[in-house]
Design a protein around this ligand. Structure first.
Ligand SMILES: NC(=O)C1=CN([C@@H]2O[C@H](COP(=O)(O)OP(=O)(O)OC[C@H]3O[C@@H](n4cnc5c(N)ncnc54)[C@H](O)[C@@H]3O)[C@@H](O)[C@H]2O)C=CC1
Ligand SMILES: CC(=O)[C@H](N)C(=O)O
Length: 340
């Protein structure tokens, strides 16, 4: 063989092994509750990373025109309908489930039976499916899985958890049941406790941390914001890009290298007053006033600062955005979306 042919042959072999590796390692991913605040962004990320054909986004609502333009596969799927989910998993050869369907803290308090049904029965269905079809499964938890008896600054991974919202109660159950399925049945269950997530292009679904998204819209539109939490209410928060990257990084991490199945992750903590002061650097005549509602009691029972040292140590979690970067990025994104 000439040296040129040898080089060519080596090149083909190298590319071929790359293709094999990619095909083997690209999971086919199903997202439930995918049309909420977090789902569309994660679907984009997965589509870019594993290929458009490898993501199926599901929910019980109709996708808007903006989402449809992206060309992401969408199917109607109620997490209470086990048979339909079984069909989707088999027909679409699903490997991973990211289970986002849930009622969040504030809406959960307004409809406890529905929160129990979606957050408990729906979640149980997902774990059963993971067991039945040998799927890797991600179910997020939240800072809301802690309560007033937990140490609040900082809040470690393993401590007292006595949440006072139905949302928190159902999320503690999800953590415990997932860990039970991992131990008893070998299900590859993974769970991250997210702080309040802040994003520009998707609206939050009815949580206690939603003020920290609406404040940006109002700063640009009316330059006035009415805040339902007291100025000194400190809560852990995170920019959406860090949150979505954490899901991919954590899901790809080798199972045998994870010392836990449930981890806290954190990026920053701030109060409404601190966020307002940072926003004022961009909108100098922005005004805030405070009209406290029932969400204050929820926020007062949640962690102020999240201790995520185990995630940083075990799977190298390292968020990119702090408060100044987050505010800068939110304004850049929102101005482009609103054509300002
Ligand atoms: N956004 C945040 O700040 C945080 C979110 N999380 C968790 O991340 C996950 C995703 O959160 P978001 O996207 O913000 O929630 P979201 O409230 O924006 O979206 C939830 C989605 O679930 C869907 N859903 C409701 N009932 C359903 C059913 N029966 N079957 C299928 N889908 C149903 C809704 O239509 C909605 O699109 C949730 O589990 C939440 O607890 C955790 C901590 C913080
Ligand atoms: C922190 C959360 O889980 C959510 N954003 C909520 O406020 O309910």
């Amino acid at each position: 063989m000439s040296s040129r042919t040898q080089i060519l042959a080596k090149g083909i072999a190298k590319n071929y092994s790359k293709i094999l590796l990619r095909n083997y390692s690209n999971p086919r991913v199903l997202i439930t509750g995918g049309l909420g605040q977090l789902g569309p962004g994660l679907a984009n990320l997965i589509s870019n990373r594993y290929g458009k054909d490898n993501i199926i986004l599901t929910d019980i609502v109709k996708p808007n025109g903006e989402f449809q333009k992206k060309g992401i596969n969408y199917l109607y799927a109620d997490v209470l309908d086990l048979k339909n989910l079984q069909q989707i998993i088999v027909n679409h050869k699903i490997d991973w489930i990211v289970h986002f369907s849930a009622l969040l803290s504030a809406v959960g308090e307004k409809n406890v039976p529905l929160a129990l049904s979606v957050n408990v029965t729906g979640m149980q269905n997902i774990l059963e499916l993971a067991k039945q079809f040998n799927l890797k499964v991600f179910i997020p938890s939240t800072i809301g899985a802690f309560g007033p008896e937990s140490p609040r600054n900082p809040t470690p991974d393993l401590t007292i958890q006595r949440p006072k919202t139905i949302y928190g109660v159902t999320k503690v159950y999800a953590e415990l049941l997932g860990e039970y399925y991992a131990k008893k049945f070998g299900v590859d269950f993974r769970c991250l406790r997210f702080p309040g997530i802040i994003s520009a292009d998707t609206q939050p679904g009815g949580g206690t941390t939603d003020y920290a998204v609406k404040i940006f819209h109002d700063a640009l539109e009316t330059k006035k914001f009415e805040c339902y939490l007291k100025p000194d209410t400190r809560l852990p928060m995170m920019y959406i890009d860090d949150c979505l990257n954490s899901v991919i990084q954590f899901m790809e991490y080798p199972s045998d290298k994870l010392a836990q199945r449930t981890y806290n992750i954190s990026a920053m903590s701030f109060t409404p007053e601190e966020l307002y002061n940072e926003i004022r650097k961009h909108v100098s005549d922005f005004e805030i006033n405070y009209k406290i509602d029932s969400r204050q009691e929820i926020a007062d029972s949640w962690p102020q600062v999240f201790d995520d040292q185990n995630a940083r140590k075990d799977w190298k979690w390292n968020p990119e955005y702090d408060l100044p970067n987050l505010v800068q990025k939110m304004f850049t994104e929102l101005k482009s979306i609103k054509g300002l």
